[in-house]
Design a protein around this ligand. Structure first.
Ligand SMILES: *[C@@H]1O[C@H](CO)[C@@H](O)[C@H](O)[C@H]1NC(C)=O
Ligand SMILES: *[C@@H]1O[C@H](CO)[C@@H](O)[C@H](O)[C@H]1NC(C)=O
Ligand SMILES: *[C@@H]1O[C@H](CO)[C@@H](O)[C@H](O)[C@H]1NC(C)=O
Ligand SMILES: *[C@@H]1O[C@H](CO)[C@@H](O)[C@H](O)[C@H]1NC(C)=O
Ligand SMILES: *[C@@H]1O[C@H](CO)[C@@H](O)[C@H](O)[C@H]1NC(C)=O
Ligand SMILES: *[C@@H]1O[C@H](CO)[C@@H](O)[C@H](O)[C@H]1NC(C)=O
Length: 401
């Protein structure tokens, strides 16, 4: 099936798509290199965290804990523990005590509960602690961490704007980036832990404002919105990491699909499912004929080659899997099969392009920030979402380890 067809062709292919019982996924998804590379990095426990690699040898570059990406490596270790549960000792995942490694690596994040400069990205910092609670729901350290990170995000809420503030700037400027949709999950987890429904209301308000202001009629998204903190008015719509102010930055689009599918999962409000579908339709219908997710859907093809973003591809894979799970919940097996098929094609193509046995990262061809000249690297969240995709598909019974 051609998943990049647009408009009515897309609708037609949806109707004819088969029910997915098994998916074609790249064999690398469960390669022994997944466990061995992650373990090699994990063994050098330190107070700095891998974020991206250099572009030639593929060696991790390490950053201090107070960086928006520091939760991803510890969360990767918890994903490998999950894989051990799903796959047994196959493919080298039996070789380590991933939970202890995950705990050791997340300890460096604890001081960020009281002070961090990452702004709205406390949601990402919370990932390994949310994972810890899946293993030990009464772990007081993890409960405190989740609640503290949620409180920090809630403290960034402005009721006039109706959103949590993403990046700091001087009033009346109030910046919200599309990525912020991902950080709302910590509010739901904390609301469940504490019974404080204000946290849930903040997440819903943020998502509703984003739905109205941040998405274009064609289903694409802006990266950065500036609001006036006194009036709540939108003052401009621009980009930070995209090709141009009115282009659609692919990773932002993928954050948005995941964020809205998750909002539907959390609330059951149909407007979020509709929005996730619209965003996902934009994403899959803008993938070019080579099947490779570009760093920005509107960036010119030349001068060649337009860099890919493997992290946008693996993140979108997870977002489409999450969306498929919601379609299944509403009894829409045709929709579920379509998103799963799209997800497996995105994953297959990016793996073919970017799998790098000799690098410390699993994948290359990540674009951290193209305008800043940072592309053609491995990226910690790209690898995290690669591994998580395998786990999700396995837990749905669609692949074998
Ligand atoms: C609780 O989780 C933290 C990390 O979040 C870990 O350091 C600690 O060992 C865990 N404690 C127990 C009793 O599981
Ligand atoms: C619930 O959370 C909000 C946002 O952090 C906070 O302002 C409020 O005091 C909390 N309510 C209770 C009862 O703790
Ligand atoms: C962005 O705006 C420019 C001029 O304002 C226009 O030429 C271009 O087609 C627009 N691009 C998109 C993707 O809308
Ligand atoms: C992928 O990365 C390789 C180098 O690692 C580079 O030569 C190639 O141009 C990249 N392709 C894309 C589409 O980004
Ligand atoms: C099923 O999912 C597809 C894709 O999201 C959507 O276009 C279609 O409207 C859905 N069908 C129903 C009955 O909800
Ligand atoms: C790559 O994408 C093309 C569409 O451009 C698709 O036909 C093909 O199946 C994909 N390859 C893999 C390995 O998924």
């Amino acid at each position: 099936m051609r998943f990049f067809a647009a408009g009515s062709a897309l609708t037609a292919s949806l109707l004819s798509s088969p029910i997915a019982s098994a998916l074609t996924t790249p064999p690398e998804l469960f390669s022994p290199l997944v466990a061995s590379k992650v373990l090699a990095t994990a063994k050098s426990v330190r107070n700095t965290f891998p974020q991206y690699t250099d572009t030639s040898a593929g060696n991790w570059q390490f950053f201090n804990a107070d960086t928006w990406t520091s939760g991803f490596f510890p969360a990767t270790l918890y994903e490998l523990n999950r894989r051990k549960t799903l796959c047994g000792t196959r493919n080298g995942v039996g070789s380590a005590d991933w939970v202890n490694l995950g705990r050791a690596w997340s300890t460096g994040e604890i001081p960020l509960e009281t002070h961090t400069g990452v702004g709205h990205d406390v949601g990402f910092l919370s990932f390994p602690f949310v994972n810890e609670l899946e293993i030990n729901p009464t772990n007081a350290t993890a409960i405190t961490a989740v609640n503290n990170f949620a409180k920090q995000l809630a403290g960034r809420f402005n009721p006039v704007v109706g959103c949590t503030r993403s990046w700091d700037s001087a009033n009346p400027d109030f910046q919200v980036i599309i990525d912020n949709m991902m950080n709302l999950e910590v509010l739901f987890v904390s609301a469940q832990l504490t019974g404080n429904l204000t946290l849930r209301d903040i997440a819903i308000s943020h998502a509703d404002k984003t739905l109205v202001n941040h998405i274009r009629p064609d289903g694409g998204t802006w990266h950065v919105l500036h609001y006036n903190s006194n009036t709540g008015a939108v003052t401009s719509k621009v980009t930070s990491q995209g090709f141009s102010d009115n282009s659609t930055w692919s990773r932002g689009q993928a954050w948005a699909i995941f964020g809205f599918a998750n909002m539907y999962k959390r609330t059951g409000y149909s407007r979020y499912l509709d929005t996730a579908r619209r965003l996902a339709t934009y994403f899959v219908s803008h993938i070019p004929a080579d099947g490779i997710v570009p760093w920005d859907f509107n960036a010119p093809m030349t001068p060649p080659p337009r860099p890919a973003d493997s992290s946008a591809a693996t993140l979108a894979t997870n977002a489409l899997i999450l969306l498929a799970q919601q379609e299944t919940k509403v009894g829409n097996s045709t929709g579920a099969a379509f998103w799963l098929d799209s997800a497996s094609q995105i994953l297959g193509n990016i793996t073919q392009l970017a799998w790098r046995p000799s690098w410390q990262s699993l994948l290359s061809n990540g674009t951290v920030n193209r305008p800043a000249g940072n592309s053609l690297t491995g990226i910690v969240y790209g690898d995290y979402y690669f591994i998580r995709a395998g786990n999700e598909l396995k837990s749905m019974g669609l692949v074998s380890c």
